[in-house]
Ligand binder design. Structure first.
Ligand code: SF4
Length: 235
């Protein structure tokens, strides 16, 4: 079994999905006008956060001009701006602003990851691409298992993609499979009889945050519940 550092390094070299490899590299060549002087990361984005995290936050996939540009999850786009405000307010990050991979920001007790590590066109990976990427997340969660107590899942895609990964990593999933919902909580027994708490939360995409479907108060409430369930002190 690799270490988390090994895994983070290995994933950045993955080229298993030809469509996503072509897209992440094309975006980095065409660029968005505001970033035309920057060199895009244009590779798979590894997880971000401490290796002994008690909470994992699972999104969908990197944004073309966000993490695919900066090389760090939820960094450099409106989704990240919204998310880090809430993470900082709940003392899960050292800063409310996440702009670059070398800005010194640290996460406290939380590790971010995603079921798909390359930016997909229109933010829509295919089922085959999701399945290709599954082993990366399964290995990451297996490595986190000794300390992991809570997973916050952002959105229905992440929820559906995560359940089989958790089963592969050793947790027992009820039948029928629980459906995603904001505020949904499911407790999953693990192989060593510890319980993993799964919490659903609407995704932090502008589609949800600009329309008020997901507010800062709603997100902070989920993060505070995650901290309480994980046994971390709340601000
Ligand atoms: Fe590899 Fe995952 Fe990127 Fe596909 S999406 S190329 S499996 S890292």
């Amino acid at each position: 079994m690799p270490t988390l550092n090994d895994l983070d390094h290995e994933v950045t070299h993955c080229r298993r999905c030809p469509r996503l490899v072509a897209w992440r590299e094309e975006v980095a060549t065409v660029k968005r006008a505001a970033f035309r002087d920057q060199t895009y990361w244009a590779r798979p984005v590894p997880g971000f956060g401490p290796p002994d995290a008690a909470i994992s936050l699972v999104g969908l996939a990197p944004a073309a001009h966000g993490a695919n540009r900066t090389g760090r999850m939820f960094t450099g786009d409106p989704s990240g701006d919204f998310l880090y405000q809430a993470l900082h307010a709940t003392d899960l990050s050292s800063s409310p602003i996440s702009r670059a991979h070398d800005d010194g920001l640290e996460l406290h007790g939380l590790r971010m990851t995603a079921p798909v590590r390359c930016a997909p066109p229109e933010n829509k990976p295919t089922p085959a691409e999701r399945d290709n990427c599954r082993p990366w997340l399964a290995t990451e969660l297996t490595l986190l298992r000794p300390t992991l107590r809570v997973v916050v899942v952002l959105g229905a895609f992440g929820w559906q993609a995560l359940l089989p990964v958790l089963a592969t990593a050793g947790w027992r999933i009820p039948r029928p499979r629980p459906k995603f919902g904001h505020g949904m909580r499911v407790d999953l027994p693990g192989p060593d009889e510890t319980v993993l708490h799964l919490l659903g939360c609407y995704h932090v995409s502008p589609h949800n945050t600009y329309t008020g479907r997901l507010t800062q108060a709603m997100l902070r409430e989920v993060l505070t519940e995650a901290k309480t369930l994980a046994g971390l002190s709340c601000p």
